[in-house]
Design a protein around this ligand. Structure first.
Ligand code: ZN
Length: 137
């Protein structure tokens, strides 16, 4: 496994880029709206991983709720797995609480699923499977 990305909640991507891109020196290589999760994301590669800046696209976006409660900051850690269905089954078999029992389509067409912070002791974990990306539109 490896860290696919770190998800960071922001009030606005453009403003956040002043730090991550202009000041720190990362490069925003991809911006996209993920309708399913009501977010706009920007991807900035860093080593083998990426920083994923998240901005809500509506008031009922999960990111809106996070920002209201805690302000901006680290929202989730995304772990890359080879077989997301098998990983979910394994977690479920061990009694771990899942947010998504089935994978969904995330940014860049990856299969993603969120594991409840209760399972990990407070960290929202996203599982990502990248392989099937190009097969889905
Ligand atoms: Zn993510």
């Amino acid at each position: 496994m490896k860290i696919n990305h770190l998800g960071i909640a922001t009030n606005g991507i453009e403003n956040a880029l002043k730090f991550w891109e202009d000041a720190l020196g990362l490069e925003n290589v991809h911006t996209e709206v993920v309708e399913d999760q009501k977010v706009r994301v920007a991807m900035l590669p860093i080593g083998e991983s990426r920083v994923e800046l998240l901005e809500p696209t509506s008031d009922d976006s999960p990111i809106s709720k996070f920002l209201e409660k805690r302000g901006g900051g680290i929202h989730h850690i995304a772990v890359e797995v080879e077989d997301i269905v098998a990983s979910l089954a394994r977690l479920k078999a061990q009694g771990m609480q899942l947010i998504d029992e089935e994978p969904r389509i995330g940014a860049e067409g990856c299969l993603v699923a969120f594991v409840h912070p209760k399972a990990s002791g407070g960290v929202l974990l996203e599982l990502v499977q990248t392989e099937q990306g190009s097969a889905t539109s």
